[in-house]
Design a protein around this ligand. Structure first.
Ligand SMILES: C[S@@+](CC[C@H](N)C(=O)[O-])C[C@H]1O[C@@H](n2cnc3c(N)ncnc32)[C@H](O)[C@@H]1O
Length: 321
């Protein structure tokens, strides 16, 4: 499923439909208790709104690295304005942000990793090859390195790594060499220009496969926003921020990210990491969490019919011991 495709009417007016809404509110359900919740990827406040409605005495800390998202969420969550604290920041700093705002020992944390519909659908943000716009892709526009900068400055090895590891592109090295050799003609500045160049170099996508520009733009976006490192740090920070009995729910849209979450949860849930065959445990590791989603959770048919962008979404949840 192409995550960039599938504009519904609701998306066309720059709103974001939260994915796996039933599943998220079931795993993070607290009734009337006066709980502390953290949404580390506030976006348009879709999930936060659902959680605040389901838990009328909850307070919620919302974090996003995109100022435009915070503005949108402020409006959407106005009904709960006395119960929310919204912060511009990165979820890799979740523990420090929580501590500064009285949200450590949180009861529930949600990370819905990736980009929101308004980000993808706004040509000026440069996330999509389907609309012409500047090759930007920064979620936080105060950061310095854009996608155009990476294409103009990164070495062949770094470009190959980005296209191969983040885009899972077979011809990563070929594209990296072509980008470098194109530099004598000037910088790529526009999404349409770069998407056209990719198709010239790699040919058109085979029928039934994800469009090559989708894979390549996704790879650049992950690199621009350092998304995998953010995720690793964010998972560690979130675990540290949770109260005992608190729950961490993570939604991903990319296989590399899902693998990162799955492995992190497995390790956190294991009580011994000694090499096999030792007669007694010498590592001293204790399980920190219980995994609540033995099988990864994905969208049901009725949700897919309403919101095609939920197709790649994968949810995993743990509870801190
Ligand atoms: C998929 S959207 C979240 C949508 C949200 N759950 C909703 O229902 O409206 C992801 C959001 O996370 C933000 N984001 C991505 N990485 C981030 C990070 N490392 N720190 C903070 N925010 C991040 C993006 O700017 C985007 O607004």
């Amino acid at each position: 499923m192409d995550p960039e495709a599938g504009h519904s009417t609701a998306e066309a007016d720059f709103t974001h439909i939260p994915v796996l809404p039933r599943e998220v509110t079931t795993y993070l359900s607290f009734g009337d208790r006066p709980v502390k919740l953290i949404d580390g990827t506030l976006g348009c406040g879709g999930h936060s709104g659902l959680l605040l409605k389901a838990a009328p005495n909850a307070r919620l800390l919302g974090i996003d690295r995109d100022e435009a998202a915070l503005n949108r969420a402020t409006k959407r969550l106005d009904f709960a304005r006395d119960r929310i604290t919204l912060v511009h920041g990165e979820f890799r700093d979740i523990y420090d942000i929580a501590r500064a705002n009285g949200f450590t020992e949180a009861d529930g944390i949600l990370l819905d990793i990736g980009v929101s519909s308004p980000q993808i659908d706004d040509p000026e943000r440069g996330f999509s090859w389907r609309f012409d716009g500047p090759l930007d892709m920064r979620m936080d526009r105060s950061c310095s390195r854009t996608a155009a900068d990476i294409l103009a400055e990164a070495g062949e090895q770094e470009l190959t790594h980005i296209f191969r590891d983040y885009g899972e592109l077979h011809s990563a090295a070929k594209l990296a060499r072509a980008v470098i050799s194109h530099r004598k003609n000037g910088r790529f500045e526009r999404t349409a220009e770069f998407a056209g160049f990719c198709e010239e170099v790699l040919g058109r996508t085979a029928p039934g496969k994800l469009p090559l520009p989708t894979l390549i733009f996704q790879a650049l976006r992950i690199a621009v926003n350092d998304e995998l490192k953010q995720l690793e740090d964010g998972l560690n920070g979130a675990l540290k921020t949770l109260a005992s009995g608190g729950r961490l729910a993570v939604i991903t849209f990319h296989s590399l990210e899902d693998r990162t979450v799955k492995n992190f949860f497995r390790l956190a849930a294991s009580s011994c990491v000694c090499p096999p065959g030792l007669p007694v445990c010498i590592c001293g590791k204790r399980a920190e969490v219980k995994i609540l989603t033995r099988k990864v959770v994905t969208a049901q048919e009725d949700e897919l019919a309403e919101n095609r962008r939920s197709a790649p979404a994968k949810l995993r949840v743990v509870e801190k011991l």
